[in-house]
Design a protein around this ligand. Sequence first.
Ligand SMILES: [Mg+2]
Length: 305
Amino acid sequence: MPNQQNSRCKLLVLDIDNTVFDWVTYYVHSYSALLDRVSLAIGVGWDELAEQSKVVFEKNGSIEFPFVIQELPAVNNFFKTDIDKMLDLAVRPARDEFLKMADLHLKPYAGVEIILNQIKQSFPTIPVVALTDAPRYVAMWKLNKLGLLHKFDAVYGLPDPKIPVCDINRRVKVDPDILLKHLQHNRFGFAGKIRNLPDDYEKPGVRGLKTVLMDYDLDESESLRKSVLWIGDNLRKDVGLGNKLGVSTGWAEYGTQIEKKHLDCLAKFSPPMNIHKNVYLSTSSPDAPKPDFVLKEFADILSYL
Ligand SMILES: [Mg+2]
């Protein structure tokens, strides 16, 4: 590993999902368990709820919209205006099932924590930034649960989720304690910088990463941009945008190794465009953008600092 003095890198920017942890495995298990519990509560089949989820995710701009249960037509038809009952009998127990699965499957890839500690120790002047397409709140919730949040100096995410309200009686359909965390823009004790990027800064658009470069004064010249190390798992979204901006781009190839059964399950509740953008375009094809280097495991980052 090079020492601090001769490091070429001035800034490390990391994608989160499928770069620091296996998002697909985590989310497929957790969301499936959530739907199982909603299905039990209201007597509507899993597949029907999965189909309805696609529409809710699409409408709210994220497959990780945390208030999806409250917006499922089947749930609203069942509970009508009885929000307390909806929260008691469906939302809370289903969320608990989701969290149980998250505890089991929301884990960093091997070595991530150790490597991030090592980077902090050996390269204390290199800021480590997370740049994600997830809503800022959700991204920080995940990083916090992964035990990685405080290893970052900044988090750049998309806007926070919209709070759901009953169409008929205008009651907020969220538990008061959870609502408070959202309204207070909970920082999870994070001391670093947080930036909410506008919705249309979603990757593969370059404006999110461009904002990071500008914030760190590394957008002025070709050589400064090349001193930024950007790592992501998606060739089109992450590598493509890195190439457009002229930063040093590493492809987290290990993040594309996803079990087919998990992809099949994801397809049942994911908006088709989401799968297309996030999964199919992460795999290699002859016309895919070429990274500056390929990471077989997270620890390979150390060779490029
Ligand atoms: Mg990713």
